[in-house]
Design a binder for this molecule. Sequence first.
Ligand SMILES: Nc1nc2c(ncn2[C@@H]2O[C@H](COP(=O)(O)OP(=O)(O)OP(=O)(O)O)[C@@H](O)[C@H]2O)c(=O)[nH]1
Ligand SMILES: [Mg+2]
Ligand SMILES: [Zn+2]
Length: 304
Amino acid sequence: MEKGRVINLNGGVYKVLMEDGNILSLKARGKLRSEKTYQVNDKSLSKKKDVQVIKNSPKVGDIVLIDNDMIASYLPRKNEMIRPDISNVDQILLVFAAKEPDFSFFLLDLFIVNIINKKIKPLIVISKIDKLNDEELNNLKHDMDYYKKMGYDVLFVNSLNGEGISELKEELKGKITILSGQTGAGKSTLINAILPEFNLRTQEISKSLGRGKHTTRETNLYMYEDGFIGDTPGFSKLDLSGIDKDDLKYLFEDFKEYKCFFKDCNHKENIKGCNVCEAAKNGLILNSRYQNYLKMYDLKEGKK
Ligand SMILES: Nc1nc2c(ncn2[C@@H]2O[C@H](COP(=O)(O)OP(=O)(O)OP(=O)(O)O)[C@@H](O)[C@H]2O)c(=O)[nH]1
Ligand SMILES: [Mg+2]
Ligand SMILES: [Zn+2]
């Protein structure tokens, strides 16, 4: 059977890149389309939304087998995500605008938690650095040094003049990288800077409406240096569904260094003898990280 990679899905039609370089438009067999499984990630099952519906139909990123001009099956996935709906991702490029929309450490930490939970490596890209003055940029770089120390790569780019793009390209070779981030963060513009030949339509932020016209609606994979770059729709909402509140602490990788010897401790504020609480109090853990952890924990508990 012939094999190919799904690079786009729209209205039940799959665009499949074949080994010979051709792109076919195909449908999946009926049986593949209708199967569903349910995955329960949250042990407490406090909320209905913590049950995730996993569609078994092929998705962008899958390697599919083709029989009689239809997708018959797909090969086992290395990993899969639901928002965006994609499989076999090597790394996620978190695109955050330095400004417009405003930079949010809470959103950044929320993204990171979701990605670490999927056991995928985040690569942080701060776009639109031209919108900050030197002092603002230096302050942001200083805060981002903390994330670098945690082991995450952080790059600063201006997609309009190409600053920082060559460094970024080095990270993309031979991998499936998808761009994720808030709507308007500059994902499509960044892909245009990497792959000008695609000339993707981007949203022009209208200052009066705060909303653009050409917001990306579907996930697309583009070939790049033996790998793929994926443009995805940005989102306005991201939550913690599928993550157990008692597991949240493990997704804050910087907490690990400060070994807490209490059994089942969630390192909530001011627990005497908790080394994570101590480290937060002494500023060894970035204050915003610790506060964001507490906020996420409360959100999981249903407190606002
Ligand atoms: N000044 C400046 N503007 C940028 C930069 N990158 C993107 N923009 C602008 O930001 C706006 C949004 O960019 P897009 O690339 O469409 O954003 P997106 O993340 O793809 O948005 P969605 O598709 O809605 O998720 C556009 O007006 C871009 O021209 C940059 O580095 N500097
Ligand atoms: Mg876009
Ligand atoms: Zn503790």
